[in-house]
Design a protein around this ligand. Structure first.
Ligand SMILES: NC(=O)C1=CN([C@@H]2O[C@H](COP(=O)(O)OP(=O)(O)OC[C@H]3O[C@@H](n4cnc5c(N)ncnc54)[C@H](OP(=O)(O)O)[C@@H]3O)[C@@H](O)[C@H]2O)C=CC1
Ligand SMILES: N[C@@H](CC=O)C(=O)O
Length: 411
């Protein structure tokens, strides 16, 4: 049966979905494909068009896979306002507008699926939707960005610079159109916003979540992690507390006993803790053409079979994280101690190594959010020490590194 599927976007993900449909079920191929650039070379035999409005009017099901979030938002809205069904992989649009998109589904009777938007190949949204009846989710934790994880693997395993590793992630098709979202934690924050809504029925938009990326991590942090026998992963976590839900995203030291430490390259992982099930752990590719296209294709099959996300009766409103502030034990590194003193850190608390100045101790997420843009301006790297090591051990390792470096310098 022909479902009059309209595809928007024929890039990394659009082509992934199309390849799968072509080799599997021609009925699930699009009857038209909207693209933007007139002068790109394309396969000759495919039904490309440039008129998105025509496709939105005529298609029965829309698959939105474009790289322009403003246009994607307009297209998704237009499908839902016509009571139509639409699939997307765009986490920015979903995370920024989730309450509105839920309301549009309720008002006009259309529906939207977006499994590919979070952790690409890992069916985490469908899992949250269908597997926890009679249960209570307590915590979600994981790696939710393929590019930054791929970059960390390249840095740790092949000593590449962040810049060169990012260029490779872009070449592989893992990175966003604006790759700063991959390395500054923003892409992870969008994904965590979506997971929190599905797990806890609370809406915490990206800006309300304390998040920091891997941008300022340099060889000093890699040396420190190696000295400690640890690795560094960009970890997102959301936890149910007595007061509500708390969440944050930071590069984090991880030891080898934690399954997260073994997640390399573009792979993602999600740990879910619930009252009845205890802990579950999912691992899968978090970016790339076929892994993401496959999640889109599966959404399409599920959608045709009648699957819809079930949202709570009350559309979640924007709420504060609770507790409002959480204490984290971190390392903060920059090039010069004076930059740390600006944030009220005393000279006595600063450890100087050959090329860097470090603070190791407690900060609150409230302090972090208040100073975040200044930290970025000062190129301060922040790593959550997590539970794998104590602050005292980290300080000792830094002092060891300092003397090793002094020896090297005087040699
Ligand atoms: N890459 C990945 O691994 C993953 C990506 N995603 C998400 O999937 C979506 C698509 O990403 P990806 O495939 O990588 O992007 P690409 O850059 O590879 O492709 C983007 C496509 O969108 C088209 N496009 C851009 N703007 C418009 C517009 N205004 N109207 C019509 N078409 C337009 C482009 O057209 P043209 O060909 O003419 O340039 C191109 O075909 C994004 O939301 C991304 O965040 C989600 C999970 C994983
Ligand atoms: N750029 C994203 C793509 C998938 O969401 C990533 O690297 O994870």
């Amino acid at each position: 049966m022909n479902h009059k599927i309209g595809l928007m976007g024929f890039g990394v993900v659009g082509q992934g979905y199309h390849t799968i449909a072509e080799s599997h079920d021609n009925d699930l191929l699009p009857y038209q494909i909207v693209i933007k650039e007139q002068n790109k070379s394309r396969p000759q035999n495919l039904p490309f068009i440039f008129n998105a409005e025509k496709l939105i009017d005529e298609a029965e099901i829309g698959i939105e896979l474009i790289s322009d979030s403003d246009a994607a938002y307009k297209f998704i809205r237009a499908f839902l306002e016509r009571g139509k069904r639409v699939i997307t992989a765009n986490k920015k649009v979903i995370a920024a507008n989730l309450p509105e998109l839920i309301a549009l589904q309720k008002q006009y009777g259309g529906s939207i699926l977006y499994e590919a938007a979070v952790a690409a190949s890992i069916p985490v949204i469908c899992n949250l939707q269908t597997q926890y009846y009679g249960d209570e989710i307590l915590e979600i934790k994981g790696i939710l960005n393929g590019s930054s994880n791929y970059i960390l693997s390249q840095i740790f395993r092949h000593n590449l610079s962040l810049h060169d590793a990012l260029a490779l992630a872009q070449k592989e098709g893992f990175a966003e159109a604006d790759p700063s979202f991959d390395i500054n934690g923003s892409d992870v924050a969008s994904k965590l916003t979506i997971l929190i809504t599905h797990a806890f029925n609370e809406y915490h938009p990206e800006a309300s979540i304390p998040f920091y990326g891997i941008e300022a991590i340099g060889s000093e942090e890699i040396d420190l992690a190696r000295t400690l026998g640890l690795t560094i992963k960009l970890i997102a976590s959301a936890t149910k507390t007595a007061e509500g839900v708390t969440a944050y995203i930071f590069p984090t030291f991880v030891d080898s006993s934690d399954a997260i430490s073994a997640i390399e390259w573009e792979y993602n992982c999600v740990k879910i803790k619930s009252k009845n099930l205890g802990e579950q752990f999912f691992k899968g590719k978090g970016a790339g053409s076929l892994p993401t296209g496959s999640a889109v294709y599966s959404d399409l099959v599920k959608m045709i079979a009648g699957f819809k996300y079930q949202y709570a009766e009350n559309i979640p409103k924007e709420t504060e994280l609770r507790p409002i502030s959480t204490i984290l034990t971190v390392t903060m590194k920059t090039t010069h101690g004076d930059k740390l003193k600006r944030y009220g850190i005393n000279e006595a608390e600063i450890i100087h190594t050959a090329d860097a100045a470090w603070f190791v101790g407690d900060i609150t997420t409230e302090f972090f959010l208040a100073n975040k843009s200044a930290f970025i301006g000062d190129a301060i790297s922040i790593i959550n020490i997590g539970s794998s090591v104590t602050a005292e051990t980290v300080k000792k390792a830094l002092i060891k590194l300092k003397y090793k470096e002094h020896l090297l310098i005087s040699e």
